[in-house]
Write a protein that binds this ligand. Structure first.
Ligand code: IVH
Length: 713
């Protein structure tokens, strides 16, 4: 039988190694089950003979007492803060000041590190063992949170022996390691979902969540929180010689600390600037929230020469990203009626600048979203704008309520035509069922019909569509072809030239290929790809109209969802009447699509669906994907091409963010299958398939100060 003491030692080493692979190398070699089995074995040995327990045993991570209060600790060396540079000009000023002090010819290298939004801590190691950990506090005095820090997976309880000849110093006699405790975005989302499900208070953002978790009075609670750590500096140390920041980062990594892999060293300041821009562009694809980039003078001797002004060192600066969240007042909720009658709520806001863009409106998704979050008119709300995504309301800031806020009820009737709204079983969207007549739907249908992907009628857009409908000139899209020069006479803004151009554009559109006309009809789920398949297969609108659902499904690339939608569309008298009017107007109702488009645009792609989509049921979305050659899978992995996420998406969305799998909303999915007329946009914000993000050094330089621009959304 193996010696229990030796076996315990092996197990401790194996578990520490697994931890290192997971948190530092980001390359786990043991499965969770294997890890648990080793842990169980070690626990059993230690239970049988408590003398085997060592303070750095992985079983001892949760070992501290519940404390009523955290003891205060004075930092042996103050923990400094950082001055901010808000744009490239300020970054250059920082460097110019440093060069004045160091001498214009001094060779200066820079280390650039991501600034993760968490909280700063200091960890003391004595004789290679974790002895004490404290929060930054005010920089002079922090709080002793040792027991809680022991539970953080990425913090080694015992330092690793740096490899001999690895170019880094040996183990230090003592060292204080400084860094950031944080939570990954995906872990934060999952934690909040868990807290909400348990009826507990959730956190506003990942930073608060990390801070709150670290300050739990009971370390077992902290142990259950997905906290991570990365090291970026040292405080006092003894028994080693460290001379630069870059060397320090290598050393910290060798001692077994997680060090951010995106840190870089540059000797050319222009490259520093380029890297900052590339980083800013990558912000949305990071697994954690970064609020900027820290730039440090590499050489410690130069750092000492530069010194500090009060708490801010002159040798470092934070290049800050513009905030992406803001709080503003919700003044009203307006509802929008889309082409197929879907009614969506939209927030009207007191204008607020978020990430350099003035935001006045934001998405509220659907009725459930508003009621679940108890969003009221007059509330201060948190508004978020991430990358290119349309801004959305996160939720109310309840503590700012004055008592005068009014709950909002989804209108019972269509704001445009007064028809009672209906809710389709299994969908979160309300619809105006007045399909043939509702003027708001008609305006959207006309916009879609004249759009570029459809009949491409130049000179008619949103404004004209609204005007023609309001004036009662048109009651369906076919009526566009009954417009005459006489109609326009005396109407403001329409001179003879403009009228002639408009009529000419209408005339020309009559010869558009059949697939474009099919797109123009605005059949739900029929975008350019499906329209081309249908046109090629049936060869005429008459044959398409006569096709049964079974015949439609037989078309390559057309699945049951599209087939049912097409059949339903042509069952309606009002749609058949429109087709007859188009025929009478002389439109081309025959011929295939000029470009042969196979319906397998999603071939080789794997999708995972999660949450409630605004208009599609889970089944419909799945069929849509399969009918375009894509696969639907249940679980998210690195091989997943896209995750399609709707409201209340949970762990699958979190996993996707963690793995960097692109996330689409429903509109993004529809755009991907070629259903991308203006109609898709006016029903739901389109996130669009995210662009793949190039690695930082390959990313094209972004114009500086891009985040400071004031655009209008
Ligand atoms: S260095 C003298 N490096 O930013 C430099 N700080 O505003 C002191 N932070 O309290 C810190 N990432 O919480 C440094 N790579 C990084 C950082 C970083 C995040 C935080 C840290 C600090 C604050 C300063």
């Amino acid at each position: 039988m193996t010696d229990p003491a030796r076996r315990a030692g092996e197990l401790r080493a194996a578990l520490a190694e697994a931890n290192y692979q997971y948190y530092v190398l980001d390359d786990p070699r043991l499965s969770d089950a294997e890890y648990d089995a080793l842990m169980r074995e070690l626990r059993a040995l230690e239970a049988a003979d408590p003398a085997l327990i060592t303070p750095d045993s992985p079983t001892q991570r949760v070992s501290g007492q519940v404390s009523a209060q955290f003891a205060k600790v004075r930092h042996p060396q103050p923990m400094l803060s950082l001055a901010n540079a808000m744009d490239e000009a300020e970054l250059r000023e920082w460097r110019a000041r440093a060069m004045r002090l160091l001498g214009a010819d001094a060779p200066v290298a820079y280390v650039v590190e991501p600034k993760i939004d968490g909280l700063a801590i200091a960890l003391t190691y004595e004789g290679g063992r974790f002895a004490r950990g404290a929060t930054r506090g005010n920089g002079e005095v922090g709080e002793d949170v040792t027991a809680n820090l022991r539970t953080v997976g990425g913090i080694p309880l015992r330092l690793r022996e740096p490899p001999a000849g690895g170019g880094v110093p040996d183990l230090p006699a003592s060292i204080e390691v400084r860094g950031e405790v944080y939570m990954r975005s995906a872990d934060f989302t999952a934690l909040n979902a868990r807290l909400a499900a348990a009826g507990e208070k959730s956190f506003a953002n990942a930073r608060n969540s990390a801070a709150g978790s670290l300050r739990q009075k009971d370390p077992t609670l902290t142990a259950g929180r997905p906290l991570r750590f990365f090291a970026y500096a040292v405080g006092p140390f003894a028994g080693v010689s460290l001379t630069s920041q870059w060397q320090t980062l290598q050393y910290l990594r060798a001692l077994g600390f997680p060090v951010n892999g995106d840190a870089r060293r540059f000797e050319d300041f222009e490259q520093v600037i380029e890297y900052c821009h590339a980083w800013m562009a990558r912000r949305d694809s990071l697994p954690y929230e970064a609020d900027g980039i820290v730039i440090k003078v590499d050489d410690f001797a130069q750092q000492r020469e530069l010194g500090a002004v009060q708490k801010d060192p002159r040798w470092a600066v934070a290049f800050k990203f513009a905030a992406r969240e803001a709080v503003t007042r919700l003044t009203n909720i307006a509802v929008n009626v889309g082409r197929t009658g879907v009614v969506t709520p939209n927030a009207e806001l007191e204008p607020v600048v978020i990430g350099g863009v003035t935001v006045r409106n934001a998405s509220l998704h659907n009725a459930d979203y508003i009621s679940e979050r108890d969003i009221r008119i007059g509330d201060y709300v948190t508004v978020k704008r991430a990358g290119d995504v349309i801004p959305y309301v996160v939720g109310p800031v309840v503590s700012l309520r004055a008592g005068t806020e009014r709950p909002w009820a989804f209108p019972a009737a269509c704001p445009a035509c007064g028809t009672s709204l209906e809710r389709v079983e299994g969908e979160s969207a309300w619809r105006c069922p007045n399909f043939g007549i509702c003027p708001a739907q008609l305006v959207r249908r006309v916009e879609h019909f004249v759009g570029r992907g459809a009949m491409d009628i130049v000179g008619i857009g949103e404004r004209q569509a609204e005007q023609f409908v309001t004036l009662g000139w048109i009651a369906d899209v076919a009526d566009l072809y009954s417009l005459t020069a006489e109609r326009f006479s005396g109407v403001e803004g329409y001179g003879p030239k403009r009228i002639a151009n408009l009529l000419q554009a209408l005339e020309e559109s009559k010869g558009r290929p059949l697939d474009r006309l099919i797109v123009g009809l605005g059949i739900r789920f029929v975008g350019s790809v499906a329209a081309a398949d249908l046109a090629n297969h049936f060869g005429s609108l008459d044959a398409l109209m006569a096709a049964s659902e079974a015949e439609l499904i037989a078309v390559g690339g057309v699945g049951p969802v599209v087939a049912a939608s097409v059949a339903q569309f042509f069952q309606r008298d009002e749609n058949r009447r429109v087709v007859e009017k188009l025929r009478a107007a002389g439109l081309r109702l025959e011929g295939g699509a000029p470009r042969l488009r196979a319906g397998d645009g999603l071939a080789g792609k794997t999708f995972v669906l999660t949450g409630t989509l605004p208009t599609l049921t889970r089944e419909q979305a799945g069929e849509l994907i399969q009918s375009h050659g894509g696969k639907v899978s249940e679980s998210v992995s690195k091989r997943t091409s896209y995750v399609v996420a709707g409201a209340s998406a949970g762990s699958k969305l979190a996993k996707a963010q963690q793995l960097g799998v692109p996330v689409l909303d429903e509109a993004g999915l529809l755009a991907l299958v070629g259903y991308e007329g203006p109609g898709a946009e006016d029903e739901e914000p389109v996130a669009g398939p995210p662009e793949p993000v190039p690695p930082p050094d390959l990313a094209p330089p972004t114009p500086i100060g891009g985040g400071q621009l004031s655009l209008e959304l």
